[in-house]
Design a protein around this ligand. Structure first.
Ligand code: SIN
Length: 484
């Protein structure tokens, strides 16, 4: 697939930025510049808004079947171009090629899922309060939507928003991370080929995301904003959204506990810990950040985890056999270093890794810390890196309390063979996504999202499309009068 990364996709046209400026995109494995992308500014965002408004009514009035066909065609092109898309992703984000290919399939699955959900936007009839009335409920597109997407899943976090928006009949402006604009532009190219009306999708990206987003947040025509990223930015966007009362859905930071009870299937727990910890090099909002292990199995769990993590090959994700790529940028490595140093200073033991390992590129070795306590930074903040922090616990009651002791509430994992405990924990743990004997609960079929400061709204599942639909009701009077 050839995409011209020197152009943006705005209002159905490939354009340079109004400013005429460009910014560099780096490969985090080599630190080399791999592309120069137009640096969009306020004028470009306004152009995208105008183009979306010009098509909005027409797009809202297309049939669900028409929109479904566009989404399915786009999903099929994503599968066809999986190798190309994965290579783009590996080069700009760092995740190993096979993992990137897995993300392409995950991303396409949202388009497929919402292609089907488009056809199931049902209304309701409700028994009325008087005999001469009937109450009907209909759902209509919420309007122009803005997606602000992160760099850690450069494809899936776009389609998880774009799929339901287009399925519902809402035009969408995607503002991807300036660290990973190339995957976003490759997705735009796919939609430009499958008959999506011009203006229904724009990709606007620039090196000053704050002012770019502000233009859209201040604009009344943008009726909905969906954001995946940090809690701090989510709070800021929520304040900005208040001025024009935009609908919001936010998937924000996590602080996932991963709890292993002594009755668990130990091999399964270790396998799943590797997945929940190492997916996207630990740069995931649902990454296992605090690994609580019941004391009698502490040593055997730790030994097996160390054996698995030490066998992983780290390097440039385009090389065969590499399983761990670089982190996204120097600041990401510095944060991991800060967390490991703080833990070591407060008494944690580094029993694997604990350094960068490779000089060129933003690498950090898979690392295991033991003797971790709740007073360390690593158990209080999202590390977003390949560090497994192992914390012993004694009782169920104690671990539930410690797991819930956070303002975050995105994902939690627990491993046990006790079915009663599965239910008790599912009810008591204050998290929106619960992996019971499952380290990878993410899927298009389920309502992904957090509680507390981890966000609002749900993405995926049949719930996901509701975020882009306004509920209206018709109270129809005069039913009993023949003259009406
Ligand atoms: C995220 O890290 O924000 C999302 C990960 C997922 O979809 O599983």
């Amino acid at each position: 697939m050839t995409i011209d990364t020197s152009l943006l996709f705005i209002g159905g046209e490939w354009r340079t930025a109004y400013s005429g400026e460009y910014f560099d995109v780096l490969n985090p494995a080599t630190e080399e510049v791999i592309a120069r992308v137009p640096d969009a500014g306020p004028e470009d965002m306004k152009l995208a808004i105008d183009a979306a408004m010009a098509v909005q009514d027409r797009f809202a009035n297309t049939t669900a079947t028409q929109r479904s066909k566009i989404l399915l065609a786009a999903a099929n092109l994503m599968y066809e171009r999986a190798d190309d898309l994965a290579e783009i992703m590996t080069r700009e984000e760092g995740k190993p090629f096979l993992e990137a290919k897995g993300e392409v399939a995950y991303a396409a699955s949202f388009l497929e899922w919402f292609a089907e959900e488009a056809k199931r936007v049902y209304g309701e009839t409700i028994p009325a309060n008087t005999p001469d009335k009937r109450i009907l409920v209909i759902k209509r597109p919420a309007g122009l939507s803005l997606a602000i997407t992160p760099w850690n899943f450069p494809a899936a976090m776009i389609t998880r928003k774009l799929g339901p928006a287009l399925a519902a009949g809402c035009p969408m402006i995607v503002k991807p991370s300036e660290l990973t604009p190339l995957t976003a532009l490759a997705i735009a190219k796919i939609f430009s080929e499958v008959g999506l009306p011009k203006g229904a999708l724009s990709v606007v990206v620039g090196k000053d995301p704050v002012s770019l987003v502000k233009v859209a947040m201040d604009d009344f025509h943008v009726r909905k904003v969906s954001f995946t990223g940090s809690t701090a930015v989510g709070k800021l966007l929520m304040k900005q959204a208040a001025d024009t009362m935009k609908r919001v859905s936010f998937e924000l930071g996590g602080q996932a506990p991963f709890i292993v009870f002594q009755d668990a299937d130990l091999n399964a727990a270790v396998e799943n810990a590797v997945i929940a910890k190492m997916r996207s090099m630990g740069e995931s909002c649902v990454a296992a950040n605090r690994i609580y292990v019941q004391r009698p199995i502490l040593e055997s769990f730790t030994d097996r985890l160390v054996a698995k993590l030490s066998a992983l090959r780290i390097g440039n994700g385009m090389e065969d056999g590499v399983q761990v790529g670089p982190l996204i940028e120097p600041a990401a490595v510095e944060k991991v270093e800060r967390h490991v140093a703080d833990a070591a200073e407060k008494g944690a033991k580094i029993i694997l890794g604990g350094s960068r390992g490779i000089e060129v590129g933003y690498f950090y070795q898979p690392t295991v810390l033991t003797n971790v306590t709740d007073s360390m930074l690593i158990t209080q903040e999202e590390t977003f890196g390949p560090v497994a922090a192992i914390i012993p616990f004694d009782t169920e009651e104690e671990v539930v309390e410690r797991a819930n002791h956070t303002h975050h509430g995105l994902a939690a994992y627990y491993f046990t063979r006790d079915i009663g405990r599965v239910f008790r924990l599912s009810e008591k743990l204050q998290f929106g996504i619960l992996g019971a004997n499952d380290g990878l609960p993410s899927t298009a079929q389920a309502p992904f999202g957090g509680i507390k400061e981890s966000g609002l709204g749900r993405e995926g599942g049949h719930h996901g499309i509701d975020e882009y639909l306004d509920v209206k009701y018709i109270s129809l009077g005069g039913i009993l009068s023949e003259n009406t």
